[in-house]
Each structure stands twice: as C-alpha cells, then as structure tokens.
Design a protein. Structure first.
Length: 657
C-alpha cells in the first residue's frame, strides 16, 4: 500500500508541475498585450469573398462593398480606401462584359492619388471586353497573374497606388501589390469561389499637401480627404482651384446677382452676350461624370458669362459637395418612381426644365446638359448664342440641338452648317420658355412601360414621348451638321457599351474654338415699297448697298427681288490684273478667266436674299405686319448713294468707264 501511495503522490506532484509550466507559458505581460493590441490597431485587415453570384469586401467584420448578380455580368469592381482609416473613398463598377469600359477603367485608375489602397476584383467573365487600355492599366499597377487568367475565373488584387513623377501624370508602376489571387477552373466546370485575405500596415498619418493649410481651400481639402478619383482637383502639385477663378460682371444687372454665382473660367476672356442663357446640368449619383463636365464647361468660351444650375436627383452628398466647390447653383429633386421604371429619369428632366426657368424668371432660353457629355469648345458663344435668335423669331421651332445624329466622317464635315429637322431633344439642347410652359403640363406620365414600343402609355423615355406621342405638335429642331457634344458614358441604362463603341465613339465633334455659323438662308427682307415707281427709293437703297445696278429696278417678280449676296471685295467689281500668254489676246478667254476669278468661293460664301416690297407684293402676307417693313429715311438714301459712289471708286480708277 505504501508504494501505491508513494506513486500516487509522485503522479500528483508531476501533474502539478506540468500545470504550473503550462500556466507559465500562458501568462502574458501587460506590456506584451499592449504591443499586440497596437499592432492590430496599426494594420488594416481586408478580405475579398467571391462566389458565383456574390462579391463581398470586408474590413474585419464590416462590409465595405457588396454586389449580387444572378447573371454572369460582374465586370471589374474597384474600391479606393484611405490608407490610414480604411474608409471607402470611391467605389466603381466597370461593365467589362460590354465594349468601351476598358478605357474608363484606365481613366479611373490614373485619376487616383498616390498612396491609396485599392482593391480590384474581376468577377467571372470580366475579361470579355477589358480592352488593351484596361489591361495595360492593371499591369502597370502591378498585376502579374492577370495575363494567365482564363474566361470564367475570378481574380482579385490588393495594391497601393504609385507616386508621381515631378510634373507628370500618376505612374501606377511606382506603387506596390500587396496580394493577388485567381481561382482556376477545370474544363467545362463552373468557376470556383475565391477568398483573399490581406493585412497591411496603416499609414502613420493622412496624406497632406501644402495647399491644404490655406483657409480659403479648406472645403476643397476636406473634399479631397473624403473622396477619390479627382486627380486634377486634389493633386498636390498645381491643383485645379475653382475657388480662385475670378467672377466677371454679370450679363444682366439684377438685384439677385450677389446670390447667383456663375462659373467663370480663368483661361477665357470675357465675351459680350446678346442675352443671358443659363445652363442646367442634369445628374444623379455620378459625381465623376459631373466633375468632368464642369471642368470641360470651364474651358468653353462664354462660360464666364453663363450661370449654371446643377439639378441632382436625390441628396447625394459627394455630388452636392463637388458642386459647391465649383460655385454653381444646386437644385435637389426628390426622386420619383420605383426601381426599374423610367419615371425617375423622366421626372428629373422635367424638374430641371422647370427649375432653370423658375430660378431665373427674366431669361427666355435655357440649355440642358446631361452629365455624361463632352463639350465642343464653341458650344456656348459660337453655337448656342448664334442660334438663340431663331427660337425667338420662328414659332415653328422648339429647340436647338447640340448633337448631330448623322455627324460621321463620311456624312458630315462642315461645322458652319445648320439643318432643320424633326428631332427629339438629346445630348445637349437649348429651348425657350414658350415651349417649356407648353410641354410641362403634358409631360410623360409616371409608371412602368410595357411593350410594344412605341405606344402611347406611361413609362416610355421622356425624349421619345416628346417626339412620338403628339406632344411636339409638329414643331421642329435646328441641328448641327457636326456635333457640339459627344456622349462619353458606356454600358449604362440607356446607352450600352455596344452602342457606345459602334455608334457614339465614331461620331465627329467640332474641335474649333470659334466657328461662325453659315446660315444658307434664304433670308427675307420686307421693304416699304408702295409701287413699281419706287418713289421712296427703297429698292434703290438696297441695290446701291449690295453693289448691283442701282440705276433702275429690273428683274422683279410680283414685287420681289432675289439676290445671292456675299461680302463685297473690289475683285468682284473690277478687272483683274492683265493675263499673260496667248489667252490674253483672246477676249473670250479673258472674259471667262475674269468671271472665274470673281466667282471663286461664291457657292460657299453666298446666301439667297429675297427683298419683298410691301404692300406692293402679294407675299407681304407672310410678314408679321407693317412693323416688319423697313422704310428708309432720306438720310439713309443719301448714305446709300455715297456707298455706291465709293464702291465704284475703289480699285483701279483707270478701269472705270
């Protein structure tokens, strides 16, 4: 019994010493615990979870981004995170299962500031239309597995964006890849799930620039600390600063001027405008599109004299803060309609049309732009302001479009030419208060559209409703031969990537900053003429000023004279320099050569002008009344006589007979 008791005591002693040793190993000092805790707090723990229908990106247990799809249309998803806090600064989805999205991916990656954490996920079938531009951008960022990924395989990468070369664009290759993974698939089997977990050290402090300390740029610095994808606005080197753009005098001096900021570009001189025509920009939750458009608008001649109203469908904070930086007016529309209906867009357009005329009751015309457009440099001063008078004088017109449906290299080339057409409003257009007041009560009803299309019912697109449903009432539009806008979206709700590549990307847009529009006419002038005797010298005045034979009135039809006019040159009125060679001795050839020289450019430079004598002509009925008739005064007749004499005297007097 003694040995059993001894063995038991020895066993208990051994267990006690083992327990002691195990507890010694389990013991942790407070200093070590604090060090571990500090390591946890100084690191970002990110994970990517992909299966066939869902994508989740988490920071520890917090969901940063989630996407669900029942179809194989995942595309590429990009998250830009703050390198210290891990907060989401930008999230974008690029539908690379359709064309035209690869270049948008490239532009977004190149617009990120250096040092940001980016999570990039390619769901199965994201390679279909990644395009060389998109693939090249990912490779520059450091992707190594991407060239070996096959169709149907999910892929993910975590990286830090690169730094900037001095005076150059962002160099993605100067960043670093934290992790990269791909889930391979076997032949004829579905794609596997993918799980990627990343731990990286937090940045010790927020990224800062010298200009962040300036008081007047406080709002811009806070915006750049919260959002990503605004390269020029947030760059440490020579950032775009809308707050420092000088505001020129208002076009119309109203008591509201101090409350109505305009958007003047610093690079454009002040341009006199005949009337004030504000711009309404229609947007929702695509601030990156709005930023591109506001920048573009600031580079357009005439922007400094143009008020801007940004109409936002819903109170999207990033969009509202961006508009505030640019100093433009903002109107927020309470969204209407259910998901899947066109009602939301339809009602936002109507709200924009109402808001721009309601906010500035003294204006007669307004321009509507959608946020996904690129603008020609002459769209305001040279295009819309040159055509605005047409909406005033012609009640059969309801809009001037900036977009030419047939503006392709094989069918258009002259930016000075305008066309009259049956056309619906699209991709940038100007209208008048008269039409807006008429059409808003007849706006497309809310609801879901059901095929067949087009059929008069609720829910069709607003532009088709205005064109097809009788609301247009036979009114027509002015359209340019060469477009003044280009559509720059892709794979959207109304323009697919296929349409963008095969139709929109191929269209021409005017690149000239100043274009004098060429209205081919014919023009009509109603002139006060009581009889063929022309006792008031009205016909004489016009013939003398136009450089024709003013001695008497001939070639008149029903009280109407027709001319093809162009700017006067002495070359049109006098003989040319003597010709050399045998043709100089031949009066027939000499006459023909002179006529040829005088006629050069006539087809392009000339316009048809009808001068209607009233009340002499039966065609006076097409005038608006006697207020349209021009009756020359005696002083005008004397001036016309002097013009005719001076015209005869110009050039070589020895040729005068």
């Amino acid at each position: 019994m003694a040995w059993i008791l001894l063995a038991t005591l020895l066993h208990l002693a051994t267990e006690a010493s083992g327990f002691a040793r195990s507890w010694e190993k389990a013991e942790i000092s407070l200093k070590k615990w604090k060090r571990i805790k500090a390591l946890e707090e100084n690191n970002l723990y990110l994970s990517v979870h992909i299966n066939t229908t869902r994508l989740r990106i988490l920071q520890e247990r917090t969901i940063l981004y989630e996407f669900t799809s029942q179809r194989e249309e995942g595309g590429i998803h990009v998250l830009a995170l703050n390198e210290r806090t891990g907060s989401v600064m930008a999230s974008r989805r690029f539908r690379t299962f359709q064309p035209s999205e690869g270049k948008n991916l490239q532009h977004f990656l190149e617009a990120l500031q250096p040092g940001r954490v980016v999570i990039i996920v390619g769901l199965p079938y994201f390679l279909s239309f990644l395009a060389p531009e998109g693939e090249a951008a990912l490779l520059r960022l450091g992707a190594r597995m991407l060239p070996r990924v096959c169709t149907g395989e999910p892929w993910a990468m975590a990286a830090v964006t690169g730094s900037l070369f001095p005076g150059a664009a962002l160099d993605l290759a100067r960043g670093k890849v934290i992790a990269e993974a791909v889930a391979t698939r076997e032949h004829s089997r579905p794609a596997r799930s993918l799980f990627l977990e990343v731990t990286l050290e937090r940045a010790p402090r927020d990224r800062g620039c010298r200009w962040h300390e300036e008081a007047e740029l406080k709002d811009q610095a806070e915006f750049c600390g919260s959002y990503e994808g605004y390269r020029d606005l947030c760059s440490c080197e020579r950032p775009l600063v809308p707050a420092r753009r000088p505001r020129p005098p208002s076009v119309i001096d109203t008591p509201f001027d101090v409350f109505l900021p305009s958007f003047p570009p610093s690079t454009q001189p002040s341009i006199p405008m005949a009337e004030e025509i504000p711009v309404a920009i229609v947007t929702a939750n695509k601030p990156f599109h709005l930023y591109r458009l506001l920048k573009n608008l600031g580079e357009v001649a005439g922007a400094g004299e143009t008020r801007v109203l940004v109409v936002v469908d819903g109170a999207h904070l990033e969009t509202l803060r961006l508009a505030r930086l640019f100093g433009v007016e903002v109107a927020v529309h309470v969204p209407q309609g259910l998901p899947g209906e066109n009602t939301r867009t339809n009602m936002n357009i109507a709200f924009a049309l109402y808001s721009v005329f309601n906010r500035w009751p003294h204006v007669d015309k307004a321009i509507l732009l959608e946020d996904d457009l690129i603008l020609a440099p002459d769209i305001l001063s040279s295009y819309f302001h040159q055509t605005a008078w047409l909406l005033t004088r012609d009640p059969t017109l309801y809009l001037v479009s900036a977009f030419g449906q047939n503006s392709y290299p094989g069918t258009a080339c002259d930016p000075t030419t305008l066309l009259r057409a049956d056309m619906y409003p699209q991709y940038g257009w100007m209208t008048c208060r008269r039409w807006a007041t008429q059409v808003l009560p007849d706006w497309v009803p809310a609801g879901r559209h059901k095929p067949p299309f087009p059929k008069p019912q609720a829910g069709v697109d607003w532009d088709w409703w205005l064109y097809n449903e009788g609301v247009r009432r036979g009114l027509q539009a002015v359209v340019p031969e060469v477009s003044r806008t280009a559509h720059a979206g892709a794979a959207g709700a109304h323009v697919t990537g296929w349409e963008q590549r095969h139709y929109f990307d191929l269209r021409l847009i005017n690149y000239r900053p100043h274009v004098q529009l060429r209205n081919p006419g014919p023009f009509v002038l109603f002139l006060g003429v009581a009889s063929r005797a022309d006792n008031d010298n009205s016909f004489f005045l016009m013939q003398a000023c136009l450089g024709t034979d003013e001695q008497e009135v001939k070639e008149i039809y029903e009280g109407v004279l027709k001319f093809r006019v162009r700017p006067f040159s002495p070359a049109y009125a006098h003989d040319q320099a003597p010709s050399q060679g045998p043709a100089a001795q031949d009066p027939v050839n000499a006459t023909l050569e002179t006529a040829k020289a005088r006629s050069l450019g006539c087809e392009k430079e000339s316009h048809v002008l009808y001068i209607v004598g009233c009340p002499l002509s039966k065609y006076c009925k097409y005038s608006s009344g006697t207020s349209d008739w021009i009756a020359p005064s005696e002083s005008f007749v004397r001036k016309a006589d002097r013009v005719a004499m001076n015209r005869k005297a110009s050039g070589d007097l020895s040729t005068m007979r």
